[in-house]
Design a protein around this ligand. Structure first.
Ligand SMILES: Cc1ncc(COP(=O)(O)O)c(C=O)c1O
Length: 351
């Protein structure tokens, strides 16, 4: 059994006196203390007034789409991607231009194609996920090229950075806000406590903007979505984001993912599959040699009690996305052993 996330907080010395939490509506933009803590996590490039706290990063993505994109607007979208934003953009009636990452380029953000498209298509907004889900690729230096092009074209950059802090190599991913501030571009960094921090039940996310004016456009939409962030979540989030706590929490989560990835590699050795090494995040894409119908493969695995995402969910047929963030080494090893046994049956006909 996986220990509940709360035990992790106890380990870190984070407590919550329920009696002291005011359960009226909170600040609709998020409490000043939490907005300051988020601004600090983002390296102080923006101030607390430019941060809007949301119910999870999913809400930050939603308000970004609703506030910044009108029907018929041209927008660029990083692909493959967590599919919330592409889906919302279609619902909004935007003209969506997909910008595809390629396996032969280690799934890196195709910076030069993106810059070219920003110049040619003059999009209203560019949406990307960095570190990327599902590929685990991280873009660093290229952010400055993209921000420069966005500044020249008047495009707003909306980067989902919910996996920032869960890097397996290369240190902390720069926020798009750093590059945008230097280039004079407008940008929104979406983040939250669900992924790198491993606390999705708090439902705390945020959208941080390069200016207070831009943040206020997002805030105005939030009145129509959830009014104010969850106050219990906010009370814990303020403590979790203190530098001494967040550093230890990120270290713990990184150790979980590193061990998970190692166990996955070991379990899959000898099978006709290749683990695409992620640079960040809590997933690995697994290239399944010679198999086109990974949806069918994943359905077969599900019948055996094993849940992995088929690449078809992200537009990358032929791959499986496997979670690496299982807590407990023994638990992770057992899960991947079962996955490997099932794959051996499906791919090699061994029972
Ligand atoms: C890239 C990305 N953004 C946003 C979300 C939504 O997360 P939450 O609303 O829990 O912060 C997810 C969840 O899987 C995700 O992978």
């Amino acid at each position: 059994m996986e220990p509940p996330p709360w035990s992790l907080l106890e380990e870190l010395g984070v407590g919550l006196d329920l009696g002291s939490v005011d359960l009226g509506y909170g600040w609709t933009k998020g409490s000043p203390r939490l907005r300051e803590a988020v601004a600090d996590w983002l390296g102080g490039v923006v101030d607390a007034e430019s941060v809007v706290v949301t119910a999870g990063s999913a809400e930050a993505n939603l308000v970004s789409v609703l506030a910044l994109v009108a029907p018929g607007d041209t927008v660029l979208v990083d692909m493959p991607n967590y599919m919330q934003v592409p889906g919302l953009l279609r619902l909004r009636g935007a003209r969506v231009v997909e910008v595809w990452r390629r396996p032969e380029e280690s799934w890196r953000l195709p910076v030069w194609s993106l810059v070219g498209l920003i110049r040619e298509a003059r999009p209203r907004v560019v949406f990307a996920t960095n570190p990327n889900n599902p590929t685990g690729a991280v873009e660093r230096g290229g952010l400055w090229e993209v921000a420069q092009a966005a500044a020249e074209a008047g495009a707003v950059l909306v980067f989902d950075e919910v996996y920032r802090g869960l890097e397996l190599e290369g240190g902390l991913t720069p926020s798009v806000l750093e590059a945008a501030a230097e280039a004079g571009a407008e940008a929104v960094a979406v983040g939250g406590l669900s992924k790198a921090f491993g606390l999705p039940g708090l439902r705390i996310g945020w959208a941080a903007a390069t200016s207070r004016r831009l943040a206020d456009r997002l805030w105005a939409v939030k009145d129509y979505t959830t009014i104010s962030p969850p106050r219990l979540g906010e009370a814990v989030a303020v403590q979790v984001l203190q530098p001494s706590v967040r550093g230890r929490l990120l270290e713990l989560n990184r150790a979980i993912v590193v061990a998970g990835l190692e166990a996955l590699r070991e379990a899959l050795a000898g099978l006709p599959v290749r683990v695409c090494e992620p640079s960040a995040g809590a997933f690995a894409l697994v290239d399944v040699d010679g198999v086109e119908d990974t949806m069918g493969l994943a359905e077969g695995l599900l019948e055996r009690g094993i849940l992995v995402n088929p690449g078809e969910c992200f537009g990358v047929q032929g791959y499986l996305r496997v979670a690496t963030g299982l807590r407990g080494r023994a638990r992770a090893r057992e899960a991947y052993r079962r996955l490997a046994t099932a794959l051996r049956g499906s791919l090699l006909g061994e029972s």
